[in-house]
Design a protein around this ligand. Structure first.
Ligand code: NAP
Length: 251
């Protein structure tokens, strides 16, 4: 088995996950590009391989334990034991509380929280065996509260508690766990929000940028850069942290 480290990036067919997968591959890791539909991962995988990196497409529903366990077994077989996990897969089911259904609540919890739990649990054995590992969880500025996102903000705050507990439990095995809490990042997710509120995406971005201290909206590469730091060798003493990558301070 080669000494190349193996990373799993969930929700990596597009958006932030695709950006993170490409960056980790450029950093020298072999990347399992995991998403609901393996075919949808083709663009990310070919971008990586065309740039000289190593990647495979893996189809799995992170909210389903069996699906995740099967995916991790395939990754071990094809790439080797994963020691880096980026829990990025996510969905939104926004609505004001009085209109939010139990299905809206459960779907968001299932993908973000159960999904991160399933993937981390399946991969942690390999990190513990290796005596080294890096876990990066995607939170959000919505963890601080956001109108229309009772489900999502609860899940994203939950990701922070999950991260801190992983840091405490797995630290002695050489494993760090950190969270990235992005602000406004230009992806299909924010495009969908613009559509829901009935504003053209360009106008929505401009309005958001005017409220952001660095005067622009974020792009997946902004998050990928932070993930690259967290998974680096030199970041081994940084664990249990939440970094807001939002173009300005958040607390
Ligand atoms: P996105 O463009 O909607 O991409 C999310 C990806 O996750 C999609 O490819 C989606 O697949 C996949 N996915 C959804 N459910 C899944 C499941 N059960 N199993 C496996 N994959 C699944 O979203 P994004 O904007 O890149 O967001 C990525 C992460 O960052 C999310 O956790 C999000 O909450 C967080 N975040 C985003 C922003 C932002 O401004 N964009 C801000 C803060 C935090 P399908 O296409 O098949 O649905």
């Amino acid at each position: 088995m080669s000494s190349q480290k193996v990373a799993i990036v969930t929700g990596a067919a597009r958006g932030i996950g695709a950006g993170v997968a490409k960056r980790l591959a450029a950093d020298g890791l072999a990347v399992a590009v995991l998403d609901l539909d393996a075919d949808a991962c083709a663009a990310t995988v070919s971008a990586i391989t065309e740039a000289g990196g190593k990647a495979i497409a893996v189809g799995a529903d992170v909210s389903n334990e069996e699906s995740v366990n099967a995916a991790v077994a395939t990754i071990v077989e094809k790439l080797g034991p994963p020691t880096v996990v980026v829990n990025n897969a996510g969905i939104i089911r926004d609505n004001m509380l009085f209109k939010m259904t139990v299905d809206d609540w459960d779907a968001v919890m299932a993908v973000h929280l159960r999904g991160a739990f399933n993937v981390t649990k399946a991969a942690q054995k390999h990190m513990v065996d290796a005596g080294w590992g890096r876990i990066v969880n995607l939170s959000s500025t919505s963890a601080l509260g956001n109108r229309g996102q009772a489900n999502y903000s609860a899940a994203k705050a939950g990701m922070q508690g999950f991260t801190k507990t992983l840091a405490i439990e797995l630290g002695k095995f050489g494993v760090t766990a950190n969270a990235i809490a992005p602000g406004f990042i230009e992806t299909e997710m924010t495009a969908a929000t613009a559509e829901r509120v009935g504003v053209p995406f360009e106008d929505f971005k401009k309005a958001a940028a005017s409220q952001i201290p660095v005067n622009r909206t974020g792009v997946p590469e902004d998050i990928a850069h932070t993930a690259s730091f967290f998974i680096s060798e030199g970041a081994g003493f940084v664990s249990g942290q939440v970094v807001y990558v939002a173009g300005g301070p958040k607390d």
